[in-house]
Design a protein around this ligand. Structure first.
Ligand code: 5AD
Length: 342
C-alpha cells in the first residue's frame, strides 16, 4: 500500500479498517512511514519542546491507575511554592524553552485565584511564551479566569471515550460526561486543547480504542497525548500488564494520519516503556517532547507509574543530549512556542 493511499484510507477509514491498523504488526512500519511523511509536510523536521513543571503531587482524586491517587498513603507529598515555579520557568527559558507546562494533581491548595496570580506573573515576564495548564477538572468560570490570566493551552486527557470503561478506571464521582464537558468548555473559551488516553489500560478493548479515535474526531483537539499504561505497585491495577510498545506506535501514526496538524508528544511513559521509546515515537509521527524541569529532588515523588524516566533536560548538558538524540533520528529541536499549525 502506498503512503498516500494509507493516508487517505486512514482519514476516512471505517471502524473495521481502524481495528486492523491498530492491531496488526504488519501495519507498524508502513503506518510510521506514512505518518512521517505527513508530519514532514506540516511541521518539517521541527520538534517542539515543552518545559514540564510538576507543581504538586497532591490529588483529591482516586483514579485506579494512577500512582498519586489520594488513597496511596505511601507517597511523600509535595507542592512547589510560587517562587519555585517561577524559578523553574526562568531556568527553562534560559535553556531555550518557550512553553511552560504546569501539571499537577487536583490539589485544592492551588485555588484558581492563586493559579491566576502565578499565570499572570509568568505571562508578564514571558509575553512570547505559551503557558499550558494540566490541572484537571474545573468549572467553566475557573477555566475562563485562567485563560484571562494568560494561559493559552490546557491538557486534559479524556482517558477513554467509553463510559463503561471510564467507570472501570475511576471511582463513581468521576464521569466521562463531566470530562467531556470540561474539554468542550476549554475549547469554547479559546484554549488550545489537548485530550488523550492510555494505551493498554486495564479492560481496554480494540473497540474502545476506535471509540477514542471517533471521540477525538468529534472534539478535534490541537494536542493529543497518548502513552502506554504502566503499572505502579501501590495502585489497584498493580498486577495488570503494561501497554504494548508497537500498539502505541501504531496509534501515534494513525493519529498523525487522522490529525495531520495535531501536536503529538512522544510521552515520558513511552520513553519509560522502551529505551528508544521517545525516538520511536517521533519516527512514528510525534512532534513534541516534554522534558521535566521540576526541581530534581521532587521528580521521583511525581510517580504516576513505576520507574518513570528522568529526561534531565533541565541542565544545558541534558538538553544537549536530547538535541543530539533527536537530530540522530533526523529531526531538530526548535526554540519556539510551537503553536498548532492549522
Ligand atoms: N500509566 C501510564 N499513564 C498514566 N497516567 C496516569 N497514571 C498512569 C499510569 N499508571 C496518565 C493519565 C493522565 C496523565 C497525566 O498520565 O492518562 O491523564
Amino acid at each position: 500500500m502506498t503512503e498516500t493511499r494509507l493516508l487517505q484510507q486512514t482519514k476516512n477509514a471505517p471502524d473495521e479498517v481502524l481495528r486492523t491498523l491498530i492491531t496488526s504488526s504488519d501495519a507498524t512500519r508502513p503506518l510510521a512511514k506514512a505518518a512521517d511523511e505527513v508530519r514532514r509536510a506540516v511541521y518539517g523536521t521541527d520538534v517542539y519542546i515543552r518545559a514540564l513543571i510538576e507543581i504538586s503531587n497532591i490529588c483529591k482524586n482516586d483514579c485506579y491507575y494512577c500512582g498519586i491517587r489520594c488513597a496511596n498513603r505511601e507517597v511523600e507529598r509535595y507542592r512547589l511554592t510560587k517562587e519555585q515555579i517561577l524559578s523553574c520557568c526562568e531556568q527553562a527559558y534560559h535553556l531555550g524553552f518557550r512553553t511552560f507546562v504546569m501539571q499537577g494533581g487536583e490539589d485544592p491548595f492551588f485555588t484558581t485565584p492563586m493559579m491566576c496570580d502565578i499565570v499572570s506573573e509568568i505571562r508578564e515576564t514571558y509575553p512570547e511564551c505559551a503557558i499550558t495548564l494540566s490541572l484537571g477538572e474545573k468549572s467553566k468560570e475557573e477555566y475562563k479566569a485562567l485563560y484571562e490570566a494568560g494561559a493559552n493551552r490546557y491538557l486534559l486527557r479524556h482517558e477513554t471515550a467509553n463510559a463503561g470503561h471510564y467507570g472501570k478506571l475511576h471511582p463513581e464521582n468521576l464521569t466521562l460526561e463531566n470530562r467531556k464537558r470540561c474539554l468542550y468548555d476549554l475549547k469554547d473559551i479559546g484554549f488550545q486543547v489537548g485530550a488523550g488516553f492510555m494505551v493498554g489500560s486495564p479492560f481496554q478493548t480494540t473497540e474502545n480504542l476506535v471509540e477514542d479515535l471517533r471521540f477525538l474526531q468529534e472534539l478535534d483537539p490541537d494536542m493529543i497525548g497518548i502513552g502506554p499504561f504502566l503499572p505502579h505497585h501501590e495502585i489497584p491495577f498493580a498486577s495488570y500488564p503494561k501497554g504494548d510498545l508497537e500498539t502505541t506506535l501504531r496509534l501515534l501514526s494513525v493519529l498523525r494520519l487522522m490529525f495531520p496538524h495535531a501536536l503529538l508528544p512522544a510521552t515520558t511513559a513511552l520513553g519509560t516503556l522502551h529505551p528508544q521509546g521517545r525516538v520511536l515515537g517521533l519516527k512514528a509521527g510525534a512532534n513534541v517532547v516534554m522534558p521535566n524541569v521540576s526541581p530534581m529532588e521532587k521528580r521521583k515523588l511525581y510517580a504516576l507509574y513505576e520507574n518513570k524516566i528522568g529526561t534531565d533536560a533541565e541542565s544545558a548538558e541534558g538538553l544537549a543530549l536530547l538535541k543530539a538524540e533527536v537530530s540522530e533520528a533526523g529531526y531538530r529541536i526548535v526554540e519556539e512556542a510551537g503553536h498548532v499549525k492549522r
